[in-house]
Design a protein. Structure first.
Length: 249
């Protein structure tokens, strides 16, 4: 009888050791990978949103360096480094964000401002901001593109805003008609259209192929700092539209 009890206790002890070891190795090798886990209380960073500068000049921004927060990407503009990966990625982790995938990430400043926007979005709708896609590596984008996705809907690898670590897709990525036909998504899109610029986010693809190169994507938002996002909003311009006008000047 005592021998049987001993073996039961020994088995429980071994099981506990196994679970503790699994937890340690999971967090060390899988949970963090090469990204910083960034758990942020939005109340601590409210004061750090970058406000629009009084003497802001959009024509002096760096639109072409890979690491620039203003990096412009299109079918004709790509990263200089094929395998570019931002060195300040943080895993999105906020009680106001619903992540479809556990390891979704953005560059640190974009993530900070997204947390604040998500909190205010939640205050408005009592709904978490659902993130279905954020940073994508070159390889990830190549895989998506290999699935016969149209050039007007999916950027080629090396040309995607998602590779910059500054773009995020909310709720679902289908098509404009399907997205905006749903009352809740239409309501959320209207709120983002009126408020996202205050947190530095811009709806990149909103004026169709002739101007923005791609189909209209109400779910796709790109971080451009508050100064430039506000400038585009106030002048009713898309990112691509601004640069086409800049070239004409």
């Amino acid at each position: 009888m005592h021998s049987k009890k001993f073996y039961v206790l020994f088995f429980i002890f071994i099981l506990i050791l196994f679970l503790l070891s699994f937890s340690f190795y999971y967090h060390k090798f899988f949970k963090n990978t090469d990204k910083e886990v960034f758990i942020q209380d939005t109340n601590e960073i409210k004061d750090y949103i970058i406000e629009t500068k009084e003497e802001f000049n959009p024509y002096m921004l760096d639109f072409y360096s890979d690491d620039s927060y203003y990096k412009y990407l299109s079918p004709n503009n790509s990263f200089e480094n094929l395998k570019y990966k931002p060195n300040d990625l943080v895993v999105l982790d906020s009680k106001y964000i619903l992540n479809v995938w556990w390891n979704q990430s953005l560059r640190k400043q974009a993530a900070e401002n997204l947390y604040i926007m998500a909190e205010d979005f939640y205050s408005e709708f009592q709904v978490k901001l659902k993130v279905i896609s954020s940073y994508r590596s070159y390889e990830h984008q190549a895989l998506i593109k290999s699935r016969w996705c149209s050039d007007y809907f999916c950027a080629k690898p090396w040309h995607s805003e998602h590779q910059s670590g500054l773009a995020v897709d909310f709720f679902e990525a289908t098509n404009k008609q399907s997205f905006l036909s749903k009352p809740d998504l239409m309501k959320y899109f209207e709120w983002l259209s009126k408020n996202a610029y205050k947190y530095g986010f811009h709806n990149t693809y909103q004026k169709w192929r002739d101007i923005d190169w791609y189909e209209i994507e109400p779910w796709h938002w790109r971080y451009l700092w508050v100064d430039f996002a506000s400038y585009l909003y106030e002048n009713n311009l898309t990112f691509a539209e601004f640069l086409s006008l800049k070239k004409e000047d």
